[in-house]
Design a protein around this ligand. Structure first.
Ligand code: RNT
Ligand code: ZN
Length: 423
């Protein structure tokens, strides 16, 4: 068992912290009230290494990879939901679930272009009972018709058509989630299309992708929001990716009602999406974030509370974008307990949001505008020593979830009693 602070200690620490922040002009109670309203979307695929339930022998493809063989991964939708229930119980607030199409439930194998809302009824019932919104993704990988590395930009019109139908079916399922749950579903299209080596023609695949997307998004749906996700490279598409940042930025800006998705692992390793947010928000109505942590490449490590994560959430808060930005997670680590991976990553995103909400934003702007960059830097560094941990602890206690490492005891317990029996 881990050593826990008592509730009395947490409340006392919070009272002191509240005074310290008040002296800076920051209202901690208001920050916590705001934080309580933010739902982040947990990605279902951390729970089973992006396997899904379409086919028990499916192999992950599309230039993404999961490493590790930690025991106890979820083998059925029921197991995945049971694991998720535990994870949600360790997070302050009500949060969403981000599903992929391969997480359908059916008693026979359903072709990707024939998936229907009924195959996701189990998820909807569960989401209703537990107050989760759902987001969705068509799955354009781990499939024979994606094996040559092309889907919506495929030169063969028949293959393209298959994937267009899959995406249209997925949007209808997104609309079903949105309608049933009373909160719009963000359906995000990511495709792996690209070339390992230098292409002879960079233009034609992009023209094909553009035409496919226009067909997919032709019908307006009241409860579904569409998003498109760019990337720089994947395994096997090192030299050229059809859906690059410029491609999708242009697409989202030029089409009505298409959200842009920025994944923090999808750029050059030293390039941060934090700096992109204030630019793209001038041109697109809404943004989807896939918060991930790349280590040397798009490795999809668990999000830690590092400068990158902080900078991203600071930009969302500073810009006043909380109601136009959908915050999702996207990492998959099979080398540690998968539920701990979710919990650590999700709690870190919430902590980063809290730190951002506790900023004396007006003060920092005032220093900047007056040209006092010395004081700006001094303040920024001083803020790193502020007692935000005490505010977080109080927030957790208020929400009835473990403040410190108590969540780890819950997961270790579950591992011993449930996960250990799975293999
Ligand atoms: C892949 C993209 C994409 C996937 C999920 C599983 O590089 O980040 O979002 O991680 O669709
Ligand atoms: Zn992503």
């Amino acid at each position: 068992m881990t050593v826990q602070p008592t509730e009395k200690q947490i409340v006392k620490a919070y009272e002191l912290a509240r005074e310290r922040y008040a002296a800076l002009g920051v209202d901690t109670d208001a920050a916590l009230a705001q934080l309580s309203q933010i739902a982040i979307s947990l990605h279902c695929w951390q729970g089973d290494d992006v396997g899904g339930f379409e086919d028990p022998d499916a192999e992950l493809s599309g230039g993404i990879a999961v490493t590790g063989s930690y025991p106890g991964k979820a083998r059925t939708a029921q197991e995945l939901r049971q694991d998720l229930d535990v994870v949600y119980s360790l997070l302050p607030g009500d949060h969403r679930l981000n599903l992929h199409a391969i997480y359908l439930e059916a008693d026979r194998k359903i072709a990707r272009n024939e998936i229907r809302p009924e195959h996701f009824q189990g998820w909807v019932d569960w989401a209703k009972a537990n107050n989760h919104g759902i987001d969705f993704n068509p799955t354009l990988f781990s499939h024979p018709l994606a094996d040559d590395g092309f889907t919506l930009a495929h030169p063969d019109p028949g293959v393209r058509q298959f994937w267009i139908e899959h995406c249209i079916a997925s949007r209808e399922i997104g609309d079903f989630f949105g309608r049933e749950l009373g909160t719009p579903c963000v359906t995000n299209v990511w495709i792996p299309d690209g070339y390992k080596d230098a292409p002879a023609d960079r233009l034609a695949p992009r023209q094909r992708l553009m035409a496919s997307l226009d067909q997919i998004f032709a019908k307006k749906l009241a409860h579904n929001l569409d998003a498109v996700e760019a990337k720089l490279f994947g395994i096997g598409s090192e030299s050229y990716v059809v859906g690059s940042h410029e491609f999708y930025l242009g697409y989202a800006v030029s089409r009505e009602d298409v959200l842009l998705c920025l994944d923090s692992g999808h750029f050059h390793p030293t390039e941060s999406i934090a700096d992109k947010i204030s630019s793209v928000m001038l041109y697109v109505d809404e943004l989807l974030l896939h918060i991930s942590r790349g280590v040397r490449w798009d490795s999809d490590h668990v999000v830690t509370l590092n400068d990158d994560a902080l900078a991203i959430l600071q930009e969302v808060v500073r810009g006043g974008f909380l109601d136009r930005v959908h915050i999702g997670l996207d990492f998959f680590d099979a080398s540690i307990n998968r539920m701990a991976a979710w919990t650590i990553g999700a709690r870190n995103v919430l902590k980063a949001l809290l730190i951002a909400l506790l900023e004396p934003a007006d003060k920092l702007r005032e220093l900047e505008l007056s040209g006092d960059y010395t004081a700006r830097l001094a303040y920024q560094e001083a803020l790193k020593m502020m007692p935000f941990g005490a505010v977080w602890g109080y927030h957790c206690v208020q929400a009835g979830v473990p403040a410190g490492l108590g969540w780890l005891d819950v997961i270790k317990d579950y591992e011993a009693n449930v996960l250990a029996r799975r293999d």
